[in-house]
Design a protein around this ligand. Structure first.
Ligand code: COA
Length: 262
C-alpha cells in the first residue's frame, strides 16, 4: 500500500476514477510520492470492479510542469532509488499495461512526462489554453515513457522532431491536428467532457470493451515496453551528465543554461 500525498486527489463516482494532480505552488510538478500514488491508483482501479475507466487531470489551470527539477537533481547525485525501482519508472512502465480506458483532461501547461503520458491515453481532451512542451533536450535529457517511439508514430517524424528535439511548444489546436488531442473544449466544459466520455465507456459491455481495447493496444505493448526500458537506461545515464547538471542548476538559479563550455 502507498500513502496518498495531499498533491494527488483520487475519487471515484459512477464507475469513473479521477486522479487529480494538485500542487499549485509548483505548477503541479511531480514528486516521487505523487508518481507512486498515481501508479497505485491505476493498479487499484484496474483491479476494482467499481472502476470502469480512469481520468487523469490537473488543477488550477495547469496539467503538470513535469518531473520536479529538484527531484532530478537529487536523483542525479545518486541520492534516490535506482532508475528501475523509482516511482517514476514504476508509473511510466505501467502506462502501456493499464487495463481500463485511460482519459486525460488537460487545461494549461503539460510539460515533459505530462505530455509523454498522454500518448498512452485512449482519449485526450484539452482546453484552448493547453500547451504541450517536452524540453528533454534543453535539460540535457532524452525522451522517455516510450515517447521516442510513440510520438513519431502518432504525428510523423518531422512534427515529432519539432516537439521532442527542437522542444517547440504545441498549442491545443496544433496538438489536435497532430493527433494527440481528440477535442478542444472550453475550460468550464473540460471535466464534464472527460466524465461524459468515461461514463459512456463505463456503460459499455465490459468484456467486449476490454477485448476491443486489448486488440487495439495489445499488439504493440511488448515493443513499447522494450523502448521504454531502453529510454529509461539512457535517461538515467543522462541525468548525471554535465549537461543535465548545468540545466538543473540553471533552472534553480532562474537563469538560462550555458552549454557552450561543456
Ligand atoms: N520542478 C520544480 N519546480 C517547478 C517546476 C518543476 N518542473 N516547474 C515549475 N516549478 C516551480 C518554479 O520553480 C516556481 O517555484 P518558486 O515560486 O518557488 O520559484 C513555481 O513552480 C512557479 O513556476 P514559474 O517558473 O514561476 O512559473 P511560470 O508560469 O513562469 O513557468 C513553467 C511555468 C512550467 C513553464 C516553468 O516553471 C518551467 O519551465 N518549469 C520547468 C518545466 C520542466 O522543465 N519540467 C521537466 C520536464 S522533463
Amino acid at each position: 500500500m502507498v500513502d496518498t500525498p495531499d498533491e494527488i486527489e483520487i475519487s471515484c463516482e459512477d464507475g469513473v476514477q479521477v486522479i487529480r494532480i494538485v500542487r499549485p505552488d509548483k505548477k503541479n510538478a511531480l514528486l516521487p510520492a505523487m508518481y507512486a500514488a498515481m501508479h497505485q491508483a491505476l493498479v487499484d482501479g484496474d483491479a476494482s470492479a467499481d472502476v470502469r475507466a480512469h481520468i487523469i487531470t490537473g488543477s488550477g489551470g495547469v496539467f503538470t510542469a513535469g518531473n520536479d527539477i529538484k527531484d532530478f537533481m537529487s536523483r542525479a547525485s545518486g541520492d534516490a532509488a535506482p532508475v528501475g525501482a523509482s516511482p517514476v519508472h514504476q508509473f511510466i512502465s505501467y502506462l502501456p499495461r493499464v487495463e481500463k480506458p485511460l482519459i486525460a483532461a488537460v487545461d494549461g501547461l503539460a510539460v515533459g512526462v505530462g505530455v509523454t503520458m498522454l500518448f498512452h491515453c485512449d482519449l485526450v481532451y484539452a482546453t484552448p489554453s493547453a500547451r504541450f512542451l517536452t524540453p528533454f533536450l534543453d535539460l540535457g535529457l532524452l525522451p522517455e515513457a516510450a515517447s521516442s517511439l510513440l510520438i513519431p508514430r502518432r504525428m510523423g517524424h518531422t512534427r515529432a522532431f519539432e516537439m521532442l528535439v527542437l522542444g517547440e511548444p504545441f498549442p491545443a489546436d496544433r496538438a489536435r491536428e497532430a493527433g494527440l488531442v481528440n477535442a478542444v473544449v472550453a475550460a468550464d466544459e473540460l471535466e464534464a467532457t472527460a466524465r461524459g466520455a468515461a461514463g459512456r465507456l463505463a456503460a459499455k459491455p465490459p468484456a467486449a470493451l476490454k477485448t476491443a481495447r486489448d486488440l487495439m493496444r495489445g499488439a504493440c505493448v511488448d515493443e513499447i515496453v522494450e523502448r521504454l526500458e531502453v529510454e529509461s537506461c539512457l535517461f538515467g545515464e543522462r541525468m548525471s551528465s554535465p549537461e543535465a547538471r548545468e540545466a538543473f542548476q540553471a533552472f534553480v538559479e532562474k537563469r538560462p543554461a550555458d552549454f557552450t563550455k561543456l
